[in-house]
Design a protein around this ligand. Structure first.
Ligand code: BG6
Length: 466
């Protein structure tokens, strides 16, 4: 009988900037996420500490104050693991201070203690789509090599402080996102040149490898991974040119994994840089640093897409952030994300074959509009179906012989969406009474999927239905 391993880490994922709110509480500084209140594809709205314009994200679901209730609900579902992030701007509000902000550090102490009380293991991302805004204003974001030092100081602070509490770490969320949205990833203007973006990415890759080494020194029994946006594309047709286009589009994001898992730049990227006039400044020390490769690979997977060598096909499509062509064989979510459970098995095989390192699915889920019924229930059968179908493919991948550490579905509790800063795009097992204006009661309710996931964890996946 096909089974999940007994030590499989079942759980859910959230991120500081999408749940915590309390955006100025206890000395937190303004972050890049705070200046993008309408999401990562919305406008940049300069804010300072005197700006009291209320935005949904400033309150979000108020996890900062309500985390004990939420952790108890996660524990009721049987979570073994919770992925969240530390808001860098709570620890170093400006990013370049000599000393960290004690109130920010104390918050995460309380959070990790609460998780420990319920036997939930933290999986912590150091930077999930945010950094102190002052690092962008004062230094030009990751375009400046100094950011490596600031990030190291931040990482050293949190590794040291939480060394007994956190044993699973990730460096940068969806590190390949910078290619599509440079402000979110590397703090660069959206119209930056490819050269500037790749140089900033280089600094971030070096920072990632340096903190991998640091983590091993400070917490020898920890494991540290990278985090990729699994942007799987298929060729639109079996024309060789389309197959090549798909290979090359996949290389654009696999490149990050290649550097972080193999420890150097792959030859196809060197050719791309050469032919596109991109001359990166890479020092000898950088090359040595990059050799500190990750222990495991984590990734998000929501959808797949297609690509083609025929440019005119793109003109017919609505623009989307990942530049993917619609697959005629797949259904789409209400947000046009194409649902492809088999793609998850394809992706797991691809990453395993390429790197032979353990894999961790740290984001997967369905963003949908939920309806609160008159009796207060939420009948989210569509979400159950999506998760069920994807997990069946995870089980198949385990049968394929792939080492998979765990599965933390995205948005275990309803949160503010990253792309557009919306509340109506819900992912959770737990419904939160919050609206686009941020004026909801914040009351939590168990959805139908809450009970489904609880049973799934209890039976270690045996309750999945074919
Ligand atoms: C991933 C991000 O890209 O996708 C999350 O790591 C994000 O932060 C998730 O929330 C889903 O995207 P969205 O736009 O539906 O929130």
């Amino acid at each position: 009988m096909k089974q999940f391993p007994t030590h499989f880490l079942w759980g859910g994922a959230i991120a500081a900037n999408q749940v915590e709110g309390a955006y100025l509480t206890d000395g937190k500084g303004i972050s890049t996420s705070d200046v993008m209140p309408q999401g990562i594809i919305g406008p940049i709205i300069e804010r300072d500490l005197s700006d009291k314009t209320p935005y949904l994200k400033d309150i979000a679901i108020d996890f900062y104050h309500r985390y004990p209730e939420d952790i108890a609900l996660f524990a009721e579902m049987g979570f073994k693991c919770l992925r969240t992030s530390i808001a860098w701007s709570r620890i170093f509000p400006q990013g370049d201070e000599a000393q960290p902000n004690e109130a920010g550090l104390a918050f995460y102490d309380r959070l990790f203690d609460e998780m420990a009380k319920h036997g939930i293991q933290p999986l912590i991302t150091l930077s999930h789509y945010e950094m102190p805004w002052a690092l962008v204003k004062k230094y030009g974001g990751w375009g400046n090599r100094k950011l490596i030092t600031f990030f190291e100081q931040y990482a050293r602070t949190v590794f040291t402080r939480y060394q007994k509490k956190v044993k699973l770490w990730l460096t940068f969320n969806e590190i390949n996102m910078s290619l599509h949205e440079p402000m979110t990833g590397v703090g660069l203007a959206r119209n930056s040149s490819k050269s500037d973006i790749y140089q900033a990415i280089h600094h971030q890759l070096v920072a990632s490898s340096r903190v991998v080494k640091m983590c091993r020194e400070i917490i020898p029994d920890a494991q540290i991974g990278n985090m990729l946006l699994g942007g799987l594309v298929y060729p639109l047709t079996c024309k060789p040119d389309d197959v090549l286009a798909a290979l090359q589009q996949n290389q654009k994001w696999l490149f990050f994994g290649d550097v972080q898992c193999r420890g150097s730049y792959p030859s196809y990227m060197l050719r791309y840089f050469r032919e596109n006039g991109i001359n990166l400044v890479i020092t000898e020390q950088d090359r040595l640093d990059l050799k500190n490769t990750v222990d495991f690979i984590s990734f998000s997977y929501y959808m797949s897409g297609c690509t083609t060598a025929d440019e005119s096909e793109y003109q017919k499509q609505q623009g989307n952030i990942l530049r993917m062509i619609t697959n005629p064989h797949l259904p789409s979510s209400e947000w046009g994300w194409q649902i492809d459970p088999v793609g998850l098995r394809v992706l797991l095989n691809l990453l395993w074959d390429r790197y032979q390192k353990p894999l961790f699915i740290v984001e997967n889920g369905l963003g949908a509009k939920d309806k609160l019924e008159a009796d207060g229930s939420i009948q989210d059968d569509y979400r159950i179906q999506y998760l069920n179908d994807h997990l069946i493919q995870v089980r198949e991948a385990i049968e394929d012989g792939i080492e998979i550490m765990g599965y933390t579905s995205w948005g275990a509790i309803d949160l503010v969406s990253a792309s557009k800063g919306e509340m109506s795009k819900r992912y959770g097992y737990i419904y939160v009474d919050q609206n686009e204006q941020g004026t909801g009661s914040l009351e939590r309710r168990r959805k139908k999927s809450f009970h489904w996931y609880k049973q799934l964890i209890e039976t270690n996946g045996e309750s999945l239905s074919k």
